[in-house]
Design a protein around this ligand. Structure first.
Ligand code: A3P
Length: 317
């Protein structure tokens, strides 16, 4: 069965348009309107064919570099708050991506978490390409996005720091910027990714919670309460009196997580998709860090694209 899958996948991938892969070893492929790295694409196609969502599942979706790691930590901590506290949470010894697996990387392992009452999974798959069972099952989706200027800068640094092969040279900032503006970035075009989930969240407000990194940063406690309510684990009056939401926010803060040994020195990944250093998921964790990296002209250009792409949608970034 695996051989058949590989064979048809290879045939399919050979027909797709290819584009510059931002220094990662292989080209990106354009699949169903979005640019994907081949090893992730294999997982996307596999999930589309085989992943069976259940109505009680909670899928954390995001455009890359929008705060996925943070959202995973917060949601996991919220769901497991009666099982773990600050001194026992698995977050102390495990990178959040190994706690809440990516559907397109690890979906076969998901069932163990469901069995433990933690039906959490994450993905960067665009809304229009999600496995049918995700949209049909009515499971809950939480989406996080971010100002594209900060996401671009975050992605640029992430890739520069993770280029490990000696042949590959990190892509220059200007070149990466150009590709990003043209929509050729991981799971890009960025704006199409965001708009897909935004529109779906308007159509199905009870099923999709749409979050922005900036709003989360501005009032994390408020958003964790909203998140808890949405996923069916609301904080009781007593828990609120006892500061439980605040404790979770603190436990998952950039400061706390980035200083853990596992996130300073551990690695994440597997041979088929490659490894990255955990610390590269924790860079600065700030809103507006693009100012240190982009010229005013670059920022204006991205803003202009954003305004144009989002016009009439009711969304601003
Ligand atoms: P920067 O590169 O701007 O610092 P993702 O998790 O989707 O890959 O996104 C990574 C971005 O989220 C990085 O942004 C990272 O620093 C930031 N981040 C990671 N953990 C965070 C946390 N606990 N709180 C706030 N931001 C966090």
């Amino acid at each position: 069965k695996e051989d058949e899958f590989e064979k048809s996948f290879k045939e399919m991938i050979s027909t797709l348009p290819k584009g510059n892969g931002w220094s990662v070893s292989e080209d990106l492929c354009q699949y169903q309107g979005f640019w994907l790295h081949p090893s992730f694409l294999r997982g996307v196609v596999s999930a589309q064919q085989r992943f069976q969502a259940q109505s009680t599942d909670i899928i954390l979706c995001s455009v890359p570099k929008a705060g996925t790691t943070w959202l995973k930590s917060l949601t996991f901590s919220t769901i497991t708050r009666t099982s773990y506290d600050d001194s026992t949470t698995p977050l102390l010894s495990t990178v959040p991506h190994d706690i809440v697996p990516f559907m397109e990387l690890h979906h076969a392992q998901f069932y163990t978490n469901r069995d433990r009452g933690i039906p959490l999974l994450s993905t960067h798959i665009p809304y229009s390409s999600l496995p049918r069972s995700v949209t049909d099952s009515g499971c809950k989706i939480v989406y996080i996005c971010r100002d594209p200027k900060d996401s671009f800068v975050s992605m640029y640094h992430f890739i520069s720091r993770n280029v490990t092969t000696t042949e590959a040279q990190p892509l220059g900032l200007d070149e990466a910027f150009e590709l990003f503006c043209e929509g050729q970035s991981f799971y890009g075009p960025y704006w199409d990714h965001v708009l897909g989930y935004w529109k779906a969240s308007l159509e199905h407000p009870g099923k999709i919670l749409f979050l922005k990194y900036e709003e989360m940063s501005d009032d994390t406690v408020l958003h964790v309460k909203k998140l808890a309510e949405f996923i069916g684990h609301p904080f009781s009056f007593e828990e609120q009196q006892n500061g439980v939401p605040e404790k979770i926010v603190k436990r998952c803060s950039f400061e706390k997580l980035s200083n853990l040994e596992v996130n300073k020195n551990g690695v994440y990944g597997k041979p088929s998709t490659g490894f990255v250093e955990n610390k590269t998921f924790f860079r600065k964790g700030k809103v507006g860090d693009w100012k240190d990296c982009l010229t005013p002209e670059m920022a204006a250009r991205l803003d202009q694209i954003t305004t144009q792409k989002l016009s009439g949608s009711g969304l601003s970034l």
